[in-house]
Design a protein around this ligand. Structure first.
Ligand code: HEC
Length: 128
């Protein structure tokens, strides 16, 4: 019945205003928020969802799959490549058996965020 839908335009206008405000207010109130901090937070979420099953949440690779491969330890300071952000990003893109390739499964931005998080985790040696 038509009456039951009457409140919808108001609700959606309200929601749009809240979204607009959330975007605008965030810019106004927290201009100091730094992109890399945001990227690391996003990278952490991705890492825990997509990578920790093999690499462990702290990155030491002590998991069923990871413990069979020395390079699955991401926090021991030993890298198959040169340990640069670019080489970490490359491993995430291309994978290396048994690690799947994430190119096409994660966006470029997500790959960069995850790589930044891996480097940060390595520098902190898995500590919180
Ligand atoms: C199915 C298990 C698995 C998953 C899932 C996985 N990896 Fe791996 N990863 C491995 C293994 C095993 C290695 C070591 C392979 C080798 O010998 O090069 C590795 C290696 C790496 C390396 C290279 C480390 C070095 O020492 O050079 C990086 C960086 C890496 N993984 C990051 C990630 C990230 C980030 C994700 C999630 C987006 C991820 N991995 C998901 C199993 C996995």
């Amino acid at each position: 019945m038509p009456g039951s839908r009457r409140s919808h335009p108001i609700v959606s206008t309200g929601a749009a205003l809240v979204l607009l405000c959330a975007a605008a207010c965030r810019d106004n109130r927290l201009p100091e928020i730094d992109g890399s901090k945001r990227a690391l937070t996003a990278g952490k979420t991705l890492f825990e969802r997509k990578c920790a099953s093999c690499h462990a949440v702290n990155g030491d690779g002590r998991t069923m799959t990871g413990s069979r491969f020395p390079y699955a330890n991401l926090i021991d300071g030993k890298w198959r490549g040169d340990g640069s952000l670019a080489s970490i990003e490359q491993q995430i893109r291309k994978g290396r058996d048994p690690m799947p390739r994430f190119e096409g499964k994660l966006t470029d931005e997500e790959i960069r965020e995850t790589a930044a998080y891996v480097l940060d985790l390595a520098r902190r040696k898995g500590r919180k």
